[in-house]
Write a protein that binds this ligand. Structure first.
Ligand code: SF4
Length: 497
């Protein structure tokens, strides 16, 4: 992931039931999901108090990376006791990010016990739901859409917890992959279109859920299957004895609409999402790009053309591109031309300094000997605002290349996301600013050439694992497969998760 990109996945979710070290497993799971949200993290556990003979919910959450939020490991062992837990990593946007209340998991006590929720995605009928709940006198403690789910569950007139959850999610529209912890059960729910990923696995007799399977690998859990679009999976003590989950349905959409950007950029290449390996798809994207836009040849007196990746976001796609292109162009050499520092925290900016420029300079440097006097081909996954790409190209140009070609493994981004990714507004996207004119974007970025993967090649590069499989591609087309109900008119940070 390129942490300087103007798009951020808002969340990673994790849940575990029936493990003596539930909080520790959740901590490691969140660690593996750190790329899905770096601003805040939290864990809630359910603990049975044998003396009082009732359940207690323990919670710890704060702003910061998982490592720093849980720097005091006693929190995991002494505070977050219990054999069931859910966790969350959050990317929060400016403004709302300052509110501690918005950090997840969110937790409430209600007449039937405790309830905690971790959510990845965005509800799209928040306005209607919020108005409806406010009319009933509901008081809100956060500005997140996630809180709506808590109120809908708590206020449901159904008797059983499972029915309350089915009732609540029957009213919610949009994108969500959610873990819900109650006193004695763990639920995982995925929206009918399956926009965000949610994997289901097992670990030493316990049950686990996570946004991506890299969170299973770190704790040696076994991937069993995806939570299906429109499915509610329930785990309780009977599941522990039978080894089986219980499944319910809130209804499945006619077509699934998995977020195609998860394959392009968000998910880790060592994860399996939507039942396919991210690494495999990302290589395929690189390969398709090579077929559409091969690299230039070197002249007789020139060194080999350097094909370089932008670490770490385009590492895998670059391999796919290079391996395909080198078969018909022996003048190519895969080089490490950009070095990324992994040890940069917040950048100290002096008055008058360009913040984004300093971030790029502290994060990346060029290997001058690799770039100098050569034709350079940079592979990247996407261009959003264009500001980071421009600064990266500037950095490469300073190292004295003969030519700089930029090839992108996705089409131009032209529309914001309302399904759980934090994108800049439409007007801030460089493709809109330049009216979709690729030559203008090329000039603005200071490139010899620029190529975006065609929409057709993108759609042909992703897997279709199920007869219902299709993808959300709204940020490339502006066509939203789930109604956004006027969300584009709202302050984009009014409800965010
Ligand atoms: S709009 Fe883009 S980022 Fe958002 S869900 Fe659709 S494909 Fe993914």
């Amino acid at each position: 992931m390129n942490p300087l990109k103007s798009i951020h996945s808002n969340c990673g979710v994790f849940g575990i039931f029936g493990h003596p070290d539930a909080s520790v497993m959740t901590y490691y799971g969140l660690h593996a999901l750190q790329h899905r949200g770096q601003e805040a993290a939290g864990i809630v556990t359910s603990e049975f108090d044998t003396q009082k003979e009732r359940y207690r919910f323990n919670i710890h959450k704060d702003h910061g990376l998982v490592l720093s939020v849980f720097a005091n490991s006693n929190i995991l062992t002494d505070v977050l006791k219990g054999e069931a837990a859910i966790g969350h990593t959050r990317y929060s946007t400016t403004g709302s990010g300052d509110s501690r209340n918005n950090i997840q998991p969110l937790k409430v006590n209600f007449k039937d016990g405790h309830l905690a929720v971790s959510h990845n995605g965005n509800f799209t009928n928040t306005m209607e739901l919020r108005s409806m709940l406010e009319a009933k006198g509901t008081l809100f403690q956060t500005t997140t859409d996630t809180e709506l789910a808590l109120h809908l569950i708590a206020q449901s007139e159904q008797k059983e917890m499972t029915d309350k959850i089915i009732d609540a999610f029957g009213q919610i529209k949009g994108a969500y992959s959610i873990c819900i912890l109650t006193d004695d059960k763990l639920f995982a729910v995925r929206d009918p279109h399956g926009v965000r990923p949610l994997a289901f696995g097992k670990l030493e007799g316990s049950f686990v859920f996570a946004s991506e399977t890299c969170a299973f690998d770190i704790i040696n859990a076994e991937y069993i299957r995806d939570v299906q679009p429109g499915e509610v999976v329930m785990i309780d003590k009977d599941s522990l004895s039978s080894g089986k989950e219980t499944s319910f349905s809130i209804g499945q959409a006619e077509k699934f609409r998995h977020c195609i950007f998860e394959f392009i950029y968000f998910a880790r290449p060592d994860s399996l999402i939507f039942e396919e390996k991210v690494d495999k798809v990302r290589r395929k994207l690189g390969k398709s790009l090579a077929e559409e836009s091969p690299s230039p040849h070197a002249e007789a007196d020139e060194k080999k053309v350097a094909v370089i990746n932008v670490p770490d976001s385009s590492n895998t796609a670059t391999l796919g591109y290079f391996n395909r292109n080198v078969k018909c162009n022996k003048d190519l050499k895969h080089e490490i031309g950009l070095i990324r520092s992994h040890y940069v925290g917040r950048t100290f900016i002096q008055p008058g300094q360009d913040k984004r420029k300093m971030k790029v300079k502290t994060k990346f440097n060029t290997v001058k000997g690799v770039i100098y006097d050569r034709k350079v081909v940079i592979i990247d996954d996407s261009i959003v605002r264009g500001t980071t790409s421009k600064l990266l190209v500037e950095l490469v140009q300073k190292a004295g290349p003969k030519e700089v070609h930029l090839k992108i493994t996705s089409p131009p981004v032209v529309a914001p996301c309302y399904y759980g990714m934090d994108f800049p507004s439409k007007g801030e996207l460089i493709a809109n600013q330049m009216d979709g004119n690729i030559e203008l974007i090329r000039d603005e970025l200071g490139l010899t050439s620029l190529h975006y993967l065609s929409f057709r090649s993108l759609k042909e590069s992703v897997p279709y694992m199920h007869p219902k499989t299709d993808y959300c591609t709204a940020c490339f087309t502006g066509e939203y497969p789930i109604s956004i109900n006027g969300l584009e008119k709202m302050n984009k940070h009014q409800f965010d998760d």
